[in-house]
Design a protein around this ligand. Structure first.
Ligand SMILES: [Cu+2]
Length: 285
């Protein structure tokens, strides 16, 4: 099928309009703590670590865009100015000290410009600040159990809610649970993860955390939620047939709400499993 210039123009215009619409929808639909249709950017951040990740992501985007444009410009120059027709007798130059020093030094400087903020981010993620609260998340086939070792030692299971069709549920499909992990706002929460059967992974995009939950090991990460609300994540390690059905919901509340919730939770989940707390205490030593 042959297309006229006008038809091609209209198709290109159509694609451009579609592209802009997708970008606009992606940014407009961004909702705190959960994914949105057509979203292609990072979820809005709600923790200092995620803010840093977002900044680093944007910084890398600037660098790679500049490099790609520079290489493209070099390629076009070579193709246009130095092809056999426009440049029939090529120069026989083999060395240029200035250019050789430049193409060694500039990439080194670019790498240093990437490495410094990258290490700073790694330290921020891995160097746990003094925690106000510890929660232990145990990945199980296929749900999470949460334990609160310092707030009265209780533990409960968090199972998928709303697993029927989307119409029957007010909450986002496959991202809602019956018992949410509740934490106070602006407090440093240490998350310890382990697996009861196979490897799972505890991930909440808005907090910038993703950490494997491995049987026989206790992994640690931390977050400080800077806003109240519900923040949703999913198990991020293929862990079996219901891997897609073990979401994570962190409900961030005010201090007073948290204290009240702990009082209720202690009664509700009174049958705490002592072995869980023994392992948390053992790992802390
Ligand atoms: Cu899992």
């Amino acid at each position: 099928m042959k297309m006229s210039k006008g038809q091609i123009g209209r198709q290109v215009l159509g694609l451009a309009v579609f592209g802009i619409a997708v970008i606009a929808a992606g940014s407009a639909a961004a909702e705190l703590g959960q994914p949105a249709p057509w979203e292609f950017r990072l979820q809005p951040s709600a923790s200092p670590v995620m803010e840093h990740i977002e900044w680093f992501h944007n910084w890398l985007l600037v660098i790679i865009t500049a490099i790609a444009l520079f290489v493209l410009a070099l390629l076009i120059t070579v193709m246009v100015r130095f092809n056999a027709r426009s440049n029939p007798t090529p120069s026989r130059t083999t060395h240029n000290t200035l250019i050789e020093v430049a193409w060694t030094l500039i990439p080194v400087l670019i790498l240093v410009g990437i490495a410094v903020p990258s290490f700073r981010l790694l330290f921020l993620q891995l160097d746990l600040p003094k925690a106000d609260l510890t929660v232990k998340a145990t990945g199980k086939q296929w749900y999470w159990s949460y334990a609160y070792p310092d707030n009265g030692k209780f533990e409960f299971d968090s199972l998928l809610a709303c697993d029927e069709s989307r119409n029957k549920c007010e909450q986002p499909r496959l991202l809602a649970v019956d018992n949410e992990l509740v934490v106070p706002v602006n407090k440093i929460v240490r998350v310890q993860t382990t697996g009861a059967d196979v490897i799972h992974s505890f991930a909440v995009p808005a907090f910038g955390i993703k950490i494997d939950a491995i049987p026989g090991r206790l992994n640690e990460t931390w977050f400080k939620a800077t806003q109240t609300g519900k923040f949703r994540g999913q198990c991020s390690e293929l862990c079996g047939k219901d891997h897609a059905f073990m979401p994570i919901v962190v409900h961030v509340v005010t201090d007073q709400e948290f204290t009240a919730w702990v009082q209720d939770a202690k009664k509700k989940y009174a049958a705490a499993k002592t072995d869980t707390f023994a392992s948390v205490a053992g790992a802390a030593q």
